[in-house]
Design a protein around this ligand. Structure first.
Ligand code: NAD
Length: 268
């Protein structure tokens, strides 16, 4: 957890996919550092749970529905967020989903569109809308996308997912270039393995217990010497990197991908 840092007092932060896993960790981190947080998610129950957790810890958060695969919904989110707290200072494009099958050879066009609709189109158009909002309001803000080590060093499995995350890395750099004249920074955090609901489908397919897929990969990686910090990642690990990149501490950093993966990226 943060060590008493308060870098986001009076700052307004919007996090997509804030109702679960890594997104929830990111929302909690910003709130603990004094931000007003918009928890945006397609899942109202999860989103409201995050708001409640933050409120119980003394933070400020509101839930707003969004389906990032729908551009109108994204525009509505930006408008409602600004109506709620005022101009948006930080936007985190975190919402993401996995393939239905763990083998690229079983990918279907429908599943490809589903994954790209959220991971690529959704993350891009949310980031773009946030940047345009910041430009219109003269906010020298920060956008952070959540990519993946899968978008950098692909070992096996997954059809759309891995390439969708490579696309996120590519458009993050494009947006960083386009937004730079307005003083807006755009970076990406590429998480390693964090046990979340993202792996529900693969665990079901492989008939594994909940949260056992990440444990299995980490155990294999430790055994094979393929991870330099021998443990799984946590939402808090990822949130710390997102908060850093969004803060003034990172004021000279843009167009970068920060891997938070225990050193897995280079050895996979
Ligand atoms: P998760 O399933 O726990 O959380 C994803 C959240 O996104 C959920 O709350 C879900 O409701 C929301 N969401 C899904 N579709 C949406 C839509 N159309 N509109 C709005 N919200 C939507 O998974 P997670 O692991 O916390 O994933 C968060 C991000 O981290 C994703 O982009 C994922 O690809 C990335 N990531 C995760 C890992 C990992 O090991 N867990 C590794 C690398 C990258």
């Amino acid at each position: 957890m943060e060590k008493g840092l308060k870098r986001f007092i009076d700052k307004n932060v919007v996090v997509t996919g804030g109702g679960s896993g890594i997104g929830r960790g990111i929302c909690k981190r910003f709130a603990s550092e004094g931000a007003n947080v918009i928890v945006a998610d397609i899942d109202e129950k999860g989103g409201r749970e995050t708001v409640e957790i933050i409120a119980n810890e003394g933070g400020i958060a509101e839930y707003i529905y969004v389906d990032v695969s729908d551009n109108d919904s994204i525009n509505e989110l930006i408008k409602k967020s600004a109506d709620k707290f005022g101009k948006i200072d930080v936007a985190v494009a975190n919402a993401g989903i996995s393939d239905r099958s763990s083998s690229a050879l079983e990918a279907t066009p429908d599943d490809w569109d589903r994954v790209y609709g959220v991971n690529v189109k959704g993350a891009f158009f949310f980031s773009k809308a946030a940047i345009l909002h910041m430009m219109e309001n003269d906010v020298k803000g920060s956008v952070v996308t959540i990519s993946s080590i899968m978008g950098r060093a692909i070992k096996n499995m997954t059809g759309a997912y891995a390439s969708s995350k490579a696309a996120v890395i590519a458009f993050t750099k494009t947006l960083a270039k386009c937004a730079s004249n307005a003083g807006i920074r755009v970076n990406s955090v590429a998480p390693g393995m964090v046990a979340t609901n993202l792996y529900n489908l693969v665990e079901k397919e492989l008939m594994m217990e909940k949260n056992s897929f990440v444990k299995w990969i980490i155990d294999q990686s430790i055994k094979n010497g393929n991870i330099l910090i021998p443990r799984e990642g946590t939402p808090e690990d990822i949130a710390a990197a997102v908060a850093f990149l969004s803060s003034e501490d990172a004021s000279y950093i843009t167009a970068q991908v920060l891997c938070v993966d225990g050193g897995m990226d280079w050895s996979w």
